[in-house]
Design a binder for this molecule. Structure first.
Ligand code: AGP
Length: 602
């Protein structure tokens, strides 16, 4: 989703901004722009589409010498992805970039329009720069004008503002959307996540909600509602965890193939000979916990849903799961004996972060399962367990889902052991199964090629139903989401036993059923459900270790000894199927239309 970079110093600013924005590209955006003030002069460039369009527009521009600069990649929320709607937004003498949503922008806009302000864009962001310029003439004090502006805003924002009235200064503010400041002596950087500043800054400060201030002469002056405050920076990692495609056609494809390896890393040091251990949590933390509530969005929600079966079955602890955006507004009843778990690949998902804050406010113990260290969700929760999937660049999440599910499976056994509710024999057989996962995730010779060939039959039709039972139901949801995201075909995940209660009315030869038919869990039940669909002429692609005559297409799986081993093997097949259909349809696999990797607006 939208990305922010900023820089104050004497280096070539265009390059710093463009490099920084390119590090944020994978998160998804539809336009980009930069603005620079040097020698008291404002310059800006914007372009719709990929960053290379902005690079082309700025190719004859250089900006050496001391100055201030801001850049932005925009994922459209208010108004279409046009050049006028792209950031930075210009007033008469100032520029602003913003992530988040200003909820009261209509009201502010009306007031400004009454005072004769002319708006060029349809965005909420443009109100910020005009409001600043309306506030400035009152006292001719730029910081006070900025402070008044920020105090008027409601909603979520990370804001950088530069102005000709203070040409050596960047004003900043954060509430709800991530923003950090990087330091390398007198050089100061801003970014919405740390990747753009790794290798440039040595120290970092992650701004807290409600903080704002300005940078001038190599110094950051920080405020919150209590006034000016001091702050502590911390060392920024020096390793650029950049991901390359390593010979694969797409990041998503590489990430699918990486799953076998990263799952070993997820287990490393946690899956011990005698038991499963998480050094991130101790017994005291689980004291008094009688049930679990998990909140997440999208793929992370599917992982949560799969784990709810495991928490109840293996740890014998009641577990409920909620979509974070629903949880936030349902006025939930929270009780202090609930362990509140949030799951997020990025650690920046606005809905999940807000749900976490609500749980903390309610006095619940909170635990984050996350892939990005130092992310907002990791910093906000009481404890966190990192999934160790490595950077995931494909917008369609693959290895993050696998590692989240692995952590949750291990966590169910860990909690069961601490609470004494998991039978030792069961714990042992689960642990043995875990050791088989990396092997089950190796893609056997010919499988990818087979899925590639099969995929040509699944490019049309009037819809897909992915069906499964038990943990294979969340996997069906996830398989359908993968297909939707990158093929733009309509797909639904459904509990197999529920089809006869309505959706079976859709069955005909143009309805594609992707049937997840494990041998080790309710095989006979799912088989009957698939037969019901076959009898109504639905086209069936069955994925199973057991031959199934009624399937139109069939993918034979290799493992059938344990439901979770079958789960992960079938997960890979659904991921490859979505990938191959998307490739045949000529879509952008890694950056599908309309989607963002990190969803920082609600
Ligand atoms: C996954 O393929 C999606 N792009 C999306 O559903 C994602 O899982 C969701 O936005 C939640 O993101 P998070 O895990 O970073 O919180």
């Amino acid at each position: 989703m939208c990305g922010i970079v900023g820089y104050v110093g004497a280096k070539e600013k265009k390059e710093i901004l463009l490099e920084g924005l390119s590090e944020l590209e994978y998160r998804g955006y539809d336009s980009a722009g930069i603005a620079v003030i040097e020698n008291d002069k404002l310059t800006s460039f914007k372009a719709v589409g990929k960053l290379k369009n902005l690079q082309e527009k700025t190719k004859n521009y250089t900006s050496s010498g001391f100055g201030v600069s801001i850049g932005h990649t925009r994922w459209a929320t208010h108004g279409k992805p046009t050049e006028l709607n792209a950031h930075p937004h210009l007033g008469k003498y100032s520029f602003v970039v913003h992530n988040g949503i200003i909820e009261n922008y209509q009201e502010i806009k009306k007031g400004l329009q009454k005072n004769g302000v002319n708006f060029l864009s349809q965005t909420d962001t443009e109100t910020i720069v005009h409001l600043f310029e309306q506030n400035y003439p009152k006292e001719q004090k730029a910081f006070e004008a900025f402070e008044d502006t920020i105090k008027t805003l409601e909603g979520a924002y990370a804001v950088l503002l530069i102005s000709e009235v203070a040409p050596d200064t960047i004003f900043f503010a954060k509430s709800g959307s991530p923003l950090l400041i990087g330091f390398d002596n007198e050089e100061i950087y801003f970014a919405s996540s740390d990747t753009p500043i790794i290798g440039k800054a040595k120290e970092v400060y992650y701004l807290e909600d409600g903080e704002y201030g300005y940078v001038k002469e190599g110094k950051v002056i920080l405020f919150d509602k209590g006034g000016e405050k001091s702050f502590q920076t911390k060392a920024l990692t020096l390793d650029k965890i950049s991901a390359q495609k390593d010979g694969y056609r797409f990041f998503m494809e590489k990430e699918i193939y990486e799953q076998s390896r990263v799952m070993s890393e997820t287990m490393m040091g946690r899956l011990k000979d005698e038991c499963i251990d998480f050094e991130e949590i101790d017994e005291a933390f689980l004291e008094g916990i009688e049930n679990i509530k998990i909140c997440a969005c999208g793929t992370s929600y599917h992982s949560a849903l799969a784990s709810s079966y495991l928490f109840e079955r293996l740890a014998k602890i009641p577990c409920s799961v909620e979509i974070a955006s629903e949880f936030r507004y349902k006025e939930p009843l929270l009780s202090k004996n609930t362990l509140f778990i949030v799951i997020s690949q990025s650690g920046e998902t606005a809905d999940t972060l807000e749900a976490l804050k609500m749980a903390k406010k309610g006095g619940l113990k909170t635990l984050a399962i996350c892939n990005v260290d130092n992310s907002s969700i990791v910093r906000t929760s009481d404890r966190s367990i990192l999934t160790r999937a490595g950077i995931e660049k494909g917008v369609a999440s693959t290895k993050a889902f696998a590692t989240q599910t692995m952590v949750l499976w291990m966590l169910s056994l860990f909690i069961g052991r601490i609470k004494g509710t998991t039978d030792a024999k069961i714990a042992k057989s689960e642990k043995d199964a875990m050791l088989h996962i990396p092997k089950a995730l190796l893609i056997p010779d010919g499988l990818h090629e087979k899925i590639h060939r099969l995929s040509k039959r699944y490019l049309h039709g009037h819809g897909f139903f992915y069906i499964g039972r038990d943990i294979f139901y969340p996997l069906a949801l996830e398989g359908a989401l993968k297909l939707k995201e990158i093929s733009y075909l309509h797909a639904e995940g459904y509990p197999a036993g529920e089809m006869k209660h309505g959706p079976i009315a859709l069955a005909d030869s143009k309805l594609f059923t992707i049937a997840l038919m494990p041998r080790s869990l309710h095989y006979e039940k799912i088989k009957s459900n698939v037969e019901e669909l076959s009898a109504r002429d639905s086209t069936i692609l069955a994925i199973s270790p057991c031959a199934f005559d009624l399937a139109d297409d069939f993918i034979l799986t290799q493992h059938d000894s344990h439901p979770m081993i079958e789960f992960f093997e079938m997960m890979i097949i659904t991921q490859l199927l979505a990938l191959e259909i998307s490739v045949r349809l000529g879509n952008d696999v890694d950056m599908p239309r309309n989607l963002a990797k990190s969803v920082t607006v609600e």
